[in-house]
Design a protein around this ligand. Sequence first.
Ligand SMILES: [Zn+2]
Length: 178
Amino acid sequence: MGRSKDRRSKARRTDHLSDEPRGAGDPAVDERGALVDKCASEHGAQMMTPDLQELVEAATALQGKFALEDDFTAGAVAAALRTGSGRLFTGICIDLACGIGFCAEHAAAAEMLKHRERHVVALAAVGKRGLLPPCGRCREMLLQVDSRNAGCMVALRGGRVVRLADLLPEHWLDADDC
Ligand SMILES: [Zn+2]
């Protein structure tokens, strides 16, 4: 029964995507995304771009752990993402007990969705010791928000840049039998 529901959800997602042109509406969107893609392909998806560096700086400006109730904290990790329209959204993590906290990437994605955007072209998350890759849950979350996010350029330490799809290979959404 659960699988059937999942199948319907997937079909609905696909239908919606097919009705919506990529980078809908705003020419600047595709230009921005194309710029990131161009830089990535020219450098083998291995080098930091000015666009990603801007995200790193935005996340770094927000990063800094502060106390909440008891031993709970927020802000240990901050994230910044760029959407297909060129807008930048940020978020910070909340670390609580009982598994009810969430990652900085989640917060940034929620901020993006609040503005009715969902196509992420670039992402950077910063912790105390520098850049961090998104955790497995955030990789999955971003891909389920919009399958185009497989092409999102993710900044890693050492100036490396990889696509989200590289961090989440063999994804189940690509399989016809799920
Ligand atoms: Zn996460």
